[in-house]
Design a protein around this ligand. Structure first.
Ligand SMILES: CCCCCCCCCCCCCC(=O)CC(=O)SCCNC(=O)CCNC(=O)[C@H](O)C(C)(C)COP(=O)(O)OP(=O)(O)OC[C@H]1O[C@@H](n2cnc3c(N)ncnc32)[C@H](O)[C@@H]1OP(=O)(O)O
Ligand SMILES: NC(=O)C1=CN([C@@H]2O[C@H](COP(=O)(O)OP(=O)(O)OC[C@H]3O[C@@H](n4cnc5c(N)ncnc54)[C@H](O)[C@@H]3O)[C@@H](O)[C@H]2O)C=CC1
Length: 718
């Protein structure tokens, strides 16, 4: 709703009231219509201030309404009426003015923002464009280049930047509404023509066409198949080239295409999925709202290799006190230098002082005696990790949470090395740990709800999207990756090339195909795991060379590693590079002839493989494992899996995550294709459709937000 009052004798005050972010729901829009009418028809009122309750101006349209039948008065005429008013309208912006919220403010004649406010048009991140006049008013107000930047990225700006750009007229540290009322009093009765942004012409640019061509090319490249950023550029172009009324028509037309698109649905799903994962629950009944996290001020990081360094940076940047331990003197020195460099570069970007003093560097584990929580990041070696956990259990003060950054090892085995297994959880970061947003928080059978809640809260504090997952080999993300990679290897055996597989995946929207990723992260990583599992030993030629434990196996990755081809770091992998450490992959004739010989040696007759088969085999195998993970209770719901893939594995955001994507493709189709491929490859168990998928299809393929009901029923029957 919106509340109306009169203050200071002649100022009408309209307060948006719709917790938590004063979103513009149908009721709020109706409230604005009613209160604006009241203010304009009250002869005692000479000017009007619009603000939001609880220090929040407005979070934009109510995104929940997009999924249903939109009712209530539309926003565009409301904003037109505000702009056309004959009394000065002033927006008092506290907290946030986002999307429709900023568009509402742009309809006002003046804007005052609190110094801590953030403003932006983030519609593009929801698969939309600012269609309440935002794409037409913002370029008229701040110019085409700046508007293009804000609208195509959706980035939020601070009040200071908004002032510099000309989005707001005034920034204050004091009570924003008081300052806005003062301004409203001072401008009462003054002419308003020059304050109506829709009447402005965009600031002239000498070469409009080349500018838009260049921008479109860049945006297309960055968008990797997303349609909203392209539509945003087209809308701003209309602002630059057309009169306002025609520009508004174009904005509406472009929005109509986006509004009903699958991409918008996927991105809006992902917005709510991100929020849903913070409301975690476990099969044993522990929940986010009944578990109290303990405050964490001081954290230890054990092992300052690739991961430990990034984790230490993320913690220090969030203001935590960090104690690091690295026994190798040379490694410790190098790490100190690298960590300080990362902190300095990060601070420079943010215009703050580097938090160098938040970190201490130690070679002795005794240094962690008084920390609240430890994150272990030593080599992926169970024996070593067990030893470290035994030491931690002795050295740390009672009650210290002990966390491991292992990517796949059994968290419960580590817990059993300690005197307090209930305080042990996994905190699985992704490389580079100070950049990647994802954190898998892994609970074992003995982890206490408080340990899980504390790790989840710490994740939030350091800016991660944290997802609680059960303990199994590879947890959620890496477990699903295994069948995906396996299919890619099999496709090479059957006739595909790394180039073909990668092209198909990149056209789907991944920034890199699986073979390029493998070259980047190092083929030796998977090789070490396969050797540990007893899979990678050389076998005799003939059929057994491609079978392990009764299943089809491809030794291709092992054979490359035996040749010292570890990927980018050695300058050779699935592709070749100009030098060791080179970044640009190019097709490698050596690999192609090696593949030819390999196929001949194993009696494999290559056949033509198209992009569709690549996508179906790689993605449906991965999705099938996702269903198994849900079946096993390792992830609480499809949203958890999707968020993990969106934030940790480069799944294209406009496809919503693998489980949402399965729903979009149609579960019967996914089931049918898996059945088809399993029939063709009965020696590949990952392709056998799992029970949950079958059950969902038998239940009429409900939408993704209803899957939990089917999963619950399945669990109750097991
Ligand atoms: C043929 C068809 C033709 C169709 C034509 C259609 C024409 C339609 C014209 C429509 C024109 C209107 C255009 C418009 O107005 C567009 C928009 O405004 S889109 C929305 C833009 N706004 C945003 O993207 C903001 C999203 N929110 C956030 O970024 C953050 O939530 C925020 C920074 C505001 C706060 O962050 P934080 O403090 O961290 O809190 P949470 O994120 O946890 O949020 C708290 C709570 O609030 C819920 N929420 C937040 N924003 C919204 C929202 N805009 N709508 C609904 N709900 C919102 C959030 O989900 C949390 O609730 P939970 O219950 O915990 O999930
Ligand atoms: N590299 C990656 O992309 C990811 C790795 N991980 C996991 O993170 C952990 C660390 O991996 P990386 O950082 O890549 O390894 P790394 O090899 O770069 O670093 C490991 C560090 O641990 C140190 N170390 C060894 N024994 C120690 C001990 N007893 N006490 C303290 N430090 C000790 C080593 O000297 C080395 O500096 C592993 O469990 C790995 O599986 C998790 C996610 C991603």
């Amino acid at each position: 709703m919106a509340q109306y009052s009169r203050i200071s004798g002649s100022v009408g005050l309209i307060t948006l009231k719709s917790p938590p972010v004063n979103a513009l729901s149908a009721v709020v829009r109706q409230g604005i219509v009613d209160t604006v009418e009241k203010a304009l028809s009250d002869p005692k009122v000479k000017s009007v201030v619009i603000c939001g309750q609880n220090g929040i101006f407005c979070g934009g349209a109510d995104i929940k309404e997009f999924a249903g039948n939109m009712s209530g008065p539309p926003l565009v005429p409301i904003i037109h009426a505000i702009e056309a008013a004959n009394k000065p309208m002033v927006a008092a912006i506290e907290g946030i003015a986002l999307g429709g919220g900023l568009e509402l403010a742009l309809g006002c004649h003046y804007r005052v923002a609190h110094a801590k406010a953030r403003l932006g048009l983030p519609e593009v991140t929801l698969g939309l464009l600012p269609a309440a006049g935002g794409s037409q008013r913002l370029p008229r107000l701040i110019g085409v280049p700046a508007a293009l930047d804000l609208i195509t990225t959706g980035r939020h700006v601070t009040a200071a930047e908004a002032l510099q750009l000309g989005i707001v007229d005034q920034v204050t540290d004091h009570k924003t509404v008081d300052v806005a009322v003062k301004l409203a009093l001072s401008v009462a009765g003054k002419p308003l023509d020059a304050r109506r942004i829709s009447t402005y012409l965009c600031p002239p640019l000498s070469a409009l066409d080349p500018l838009f061509e260049e921008v479109m090319q860049k945006v297309r490249q960055r968008a990797r198949g997303a349609i909203a950023p392209i539509a945003c550029v087209q809308a701003v172009r209309a602002a630059a080239a057309l009169p306002y009324a025609q520009g508004m028509e174009r904005e509406k037309e472009l929005m109509a295409t986006l509004f009903t698109s699958g991409q918008a649905r996927a991105l809006q799903y992902s917005f709510f999925a991100q929020r849903a994962v913070s409301k975690w629950s476990t099969p044993s009944g522990a929940r986010w709202d009944t578990s109290t996290p303990r405050p964490v001020h001081k954290v230890a990081v054990i092992g300052l290799g690739t991961m430990g360094r990034g984790i230490a940076v993320a913690l220090a940047q969030a203001g935590l006190s960090v104690v690091t331990v690295e026994p190798q003197e040379k490694q410790l020195m190098e790490a100190k230098q690298a960590v300080s460099g990362m902190l300095e570069r990060g601070a420079k970007k943010r215009g703050v002082a580097p938090p160098l003093n938040n970190i201490t560097y130690n070679s002795n584990i005794q240094a962690v005696a008084d920390v609240d929580l430890v994150i272990e990041a030593v080599f992926e070696d169970m024996a070593l990790k067990k030893k470290v956990f035994q030491q931690l259990s002795v050295v740390c003060k009672p009650g210290t949470f002990l966390c491991t950054n292992t990517s796949a090892l059994d968290v419960d085995q580590l817990a059993s090395q300690t005197r307090t297994p209930e305080l042990v959880v996994g905190m699985h970061f992704f490389a580079p740990a100070n950049v990647m947003k994802l954190l898998e928080v892994v609970y074992g059978p003995r982890s206490s709800p408080q340990a899980l809640a504390t790790a989840m809260q710490l994740g939030k504090k350091i800016g991660k999207v944290s997802v609680a997952v059960g303990n199994c080999r590879g947890f959620v993300g890496n477990r699903m990756l295994k069948p995906y990679i396996e299919q890619a290897f099999f496709l090479l055996e059957e006739g595909a090339t790394p180039e073909l597989v990668d092209r198909a995946l990149e056209e789907f929207g991944f920034s890199m195909g699986i073979f390029k990723v493998s070259d980047l992260s190092g083929l030796d990583v998977g090789w070490r795991v396969r050797k540990g599992d007893g899979l990678a030993e050389p076998r005799a030629t003939g059929q057994s060379a491609r079978i392990r434990e009764g299943r089809r196996y491809s030794p291709l990755g092992d054979l490359l590693c035996e040749q010292g081809r570890f990927g980018q770091k050695t300058g050779r992998g699935w592709y070749q590079y100009s030098k060791p450490g080179g970044r640009e992959p190019s097709s490698d004739p050596w690999f192609h002839s090696f593949l030819k010989e390999y196929r001949a040696k194993h009696g494999l007759v290559p056949r033509a493989i198209d992009h569709q088969e690549v996508l179906e085999r790689c993605l449906y195998a991965l999705i099938n494992e996702g269903f198994r993970i849900l079946e096993d209770g390792i992830a609480a719901g499809p949203e958890d899996i999707d968020v993990i893939y969106l934030f940790g594995y480069g799944w294209p955001s406009y496809r919503g995550g693998p489980m949402f994507y399965a729903g979009m493709v149609g579960l019967p189709k996914v089931l049918d294709r898996l059945e088809h491929y399993y029939q063709a490859h009965p020696d590949v168990p990952y392709l056998q459709p799992c029970t949950l998928l079958r059950r969902l299809v038998a239940s009429g393929s409900p939408p993704v937000h209803k899957w939990r009901e089917v999963i619950k029923k399945l669990h109750s029957q097991l």
